[in-house]
Design a protein around this ligand. Structure first.
Ligand code: B12
Ligand code: SF4
Length: 431
């Protein structure tokens, strides 16, 4: 079968820009579409191509004509969901291909894609389930595959068998098809340094359940680690990329796996730099692990500090404390690791809270603070909790840089304070 896997273009809308002319929040994101490379890796008996519309935004029509796919698969984050429906409509009009959607939005809010232009919705990890679907389509079978819902074209709600994601869903022996994006690779750079960056997955899912986070349904809350040899294989394949971003939602979540991986990287004689998302409580429990990773090339860690007081952290079900965050920062500074700190600004913030956060970031010398606005992503616990307060339902605004709930401060002032916080952070940035 000819399968075209499509990464949607950079999309999303900006309220601060549209309403108040604050343009400094706009960012262009590019990174290789690892999800699509991963899926392609387990479709070896098929003819697969990847189209990255983030690099080539107008490429869909010509690729539909030149490749004539039998099946088109889209991946989508929440802010890309409307765009994917629009693109699927264009596929429907111009080809007879079956249309499948998967990824984070399909996993948290599958019903959103239950519409005329989508044929199947893949929920959670798809590396194993997608080839099962492709086979069923090829044989024209109507089999039920756990984790996959057949669109009813909005005639009735979706129904599907839940999938118990486990190690076999990682299909470790099938390598991601990094080669399928070779033409785009020069665009996948770490903007702050202009360095080429490659993406590698060493673990999927997260056992925590923070109320704003959308990771849970990808694996049903399970934490699945890739085989050590698999991770080494993937890092080695990305020979030309000096920086590797581990894309795991929660890297080093299994410390013994992380120790073994560090040993294996050293043993393989690999000299690269790494960027990983870790939890602060893990840093405090495992400072030696971080030290070991620093020795083998860890350059920066991304930490979701989220908030600076315990009450706010507990409301998020973060299962962590402000004191632990501070302790982790001290350890990371001591180790000389760059700290990329994620903070979540509630629309409820007062001027005083903006000031406090600004002071915290400066006092704690967070190297690169990344501020997002608390956003109730559909399908999350937060969304259920605050549903009645949501004033913007258009998913184009769910970029985590828009207040989709009312702000306590005058809205323009809120965005001005938000923009200046981002500016302060980024003008201090060193990664
Ligand atoms: C790498 C990454 C990026 C990269 C590359 C993504 C790309 N497609 O081009 C870049 C830098 C471009 C990016 C950008 C953004 N990102 Co981002 N990103 C990630 C990250 C760290 C890893 C994703 C990944 O590669 N995982 C590894 C692969 C193997 O797993 P996977 O994606 O889950 O794929 C599996 C399944 O989902 C499924 N699947 C996925 N797609 C498909 C498609 C089909 C057809 C099928 C069958 C199955 C399937 O099968 C796959 C294999 O099992 C995640 C966080 C995370 N850890 O998941 C955030 C994340 C996805 N990003 C997020 C966000 C918010 C953004 C941005 C809006 C900016 C921001 N604030 O970070 C922008 C949006 C860009 C835009 N459109 O304008 C959020 C999404 C929240 C949401 N619900 O929308 C996440 C979850 C991080 C977070 N803060 O919570 N991102
Ligand atoms: S925010 Fe981080 S720790 Fe919390 S559930 Fe999501 S990935 Fe896990």
């Amino acid at each position: 079968m000819r399968i075209l896997l499509v990464n949607p273009p950079n999309c999303g809308r900006s309220m601060p820009e549209e309403l108040y002319g604050i343009t400094s929040l706009k960012q262009i994101f590019r990174g290789e579409p690892l999800a699509l490379e991963t899926l392609a890796g387990n479709l070896i008996q098929h003819d697969v191509e990847i189209l990255d519309l983030k690099v080539n935004p107008d490429g869909l029509h010509s690729r539909l004509t030149s490749f004539a796919p039998d099946l088109v698969g889209f991946t989508a984050m929440t802010c890309e969901a409307n765009t994917v429906i629009k693109l699927a409509g264009e596929v429907r009009q111009n080809s007879a291909a079956k249309i499948v959607v998967g990824g984070i939005h399909a996993s948290t809010d599958p019903e959103f894609f239950n519409c005329e232009v989508i044929d199947w919705v893949v929920i959670g990890l798809g590396k194993q389930s997608f080839p099962e679907l492709v086979e069923a389509i090829e044989r024209d079978q109507n089999t039920e595959i756990p984790g996959i819902a057949r669109s009813t074209k909005a005639k009735k709600p979706l129904s599907w068998q839940p999938r118990k994601y486990n190690q076999s869903d990682l299909v470790n022996n099938a390598a991601p098809r990094y080669d399928l994006v070779e033409n785009y690779r020069s665009h996948y750079t770490l903007q702050t340094l202009g360095l080429k960056m490659g993406l590698v997955s060493s673990a999927l899912g997260c056992p925590y359940d923070c109320n704003f986070c959308c990771i849970y349904p990808l694996t049903g809350g399970r934490y699945l680690t890739a085989d050590i040899e698999t991770v080494i294989r993937d890092i080695l394949t990305l020979e030309q990329t000096p920086v590797i971003r581990l894309v795991d939602a929660n890297s080093f979540g299994n410390p013994s796996h992380a120790w073994k991986l560090a040993e294996a990287i050293e043993k393989a004689g690999i000299h690269k730099q790494y960027l990983a998302d870790v939890r602060s409580d893990m840093v405090v429990r495992q400072p030696q692990l971080l030290k070991r990773w620093k020795e083998i090339g860890l350059r920066a860690v991304v930490i979701g500090f989220e908030e600076i007081d315990d009450n706010a952290l507990s409301q998020m079900n973060k299962e962590n404390s402000a004191a632990t965050n501070r302790e982790a920062i001290a350890i990371l500074h001591q180790l000389g690791l760059t700290i990329v700190g994620d903070f979540i600004i509630s629309p409820d913030y007062t001027e005083q809270q903006f000031d406090q956060l600004h002071d915290f970031v400066c006092e704690q010398a967070i190297d690169l603070p990344m501020h997002t606005i608390l956003t109730p992503l559909p399908g999350t616990k937060l969304h259920h909790q605050v549903q009645s307060q949501i004033k913007i339902h258009d998913l184009d605004y769910y970029t985590l840089t828009n207040a989709v709930m009312p702000t306590r401060l005058n809205e323009k002032l809120f965005y001005q304070r938000y923009a200046s916080l981002l500016h302060t952070g980024h003008s201090n940035a060193k990664v």
